[in-house]
Design a protein around this ligand. Sequence first.
Ligand SMILES: *Cc1c(COP(=O)(O)O)cnc(C)c1O
Length: 344
Amino acid sequence: MTTATLTIDLHAIAANWHMLNRMSQGQTGAVVKADAYGLGIDRVAPVLAQEGARQFFVATTKEGVALRRVLGPGPAINLFAGHMPGDAEKIRSAQLTPMINSVDQLIGHVETLPGHPFGLQLNTGMNRLGMDASEWGALRDIALSQHPRLIISHLACADEPGHKMNAAQLKSFRDMTAGLKIPLSLGATGGILLGADYHFSLTRPGIGLYGGLPFVDAQPVVTLDLPVIQVREVPAGGSVGYACGWIAPRPSRIATVSGGYADGLIRAMGNGATMTHNGTKVPVVGRVSMDLITVDITTLTDTPGHLQLLGQHQSVDTVAGFAGTIGYEILTSLGPRYDRVYLT
Ligand SMILES: *Cc1c(COP(=O)(O)O)cnc(C)c1O
């Protein structure tokens, strides 16, 4: 078989949600944007709903419509992007809850969908989405008269517990929401780990569900096994791959595995990356190609049928480190060519 196998452990996702739920003071939601961080929203979201998640979050209206088809009526589906022009009919028919980000969005929402549930997103310092304190001050009474279901904000530096931005955003969120009797939500995975002050009524974990940092206690969720297509002997001085990217320093045995940058195994991963065979590390050599990666297996005594990139020996964050990126990007880049196996 030339197709690599991506195994996704749905039990581990459920266990991670429960661990984060036990740590959270209030309710625990689930962030399933970007196809549940690349792992397949149609398989992941129903498991989270079954385990008890009632508040789901996606980025866009299109994602929300797809999620409603998966979940059916019941769970709340909240849109981080808010209510964008042209989306009213989709928001109405799929019963989505936009997190309103601006005065313009609020006006658009109440004009096109009066009485339709919505939430509000406040900017407490990240300067990405949400209403600024001044905007909120001017709009607050009008917005509250429309009965928002939820008020959220997002932390910029929650993966660095010592960062002064965390306390500053917490204070700003408290100031902007003082005295309100509306459910509040500030913390994502990192915010849950910062402690109870950051939890409010609802937490919004994403990456922690999928086994990524900063949730160090997460159960690993993904395993990626790449089939070995061919093994060859390369003499000392022989080169491997595009641009002669690697020169064998000694007679070497090179395995060519099926998988490349078209599968999200990004080129930046080349030098210094490893794969594993029964727990033994073997180095990636030469450049990552579109469909193929070359690995120096000289130290192995046997010839493996496949090599593992992600799994119990190498986490998504380890692999992210090879490429100078973050686990989030590795997960969301995993391409459509894999055979996906879901452990249920
Ligand atoms: C992506 C996102 C989350 C989830 O963050 P994680 O770090 O993956 O837990 C929560 N809230 C907002 C606004 C987001 O954009």
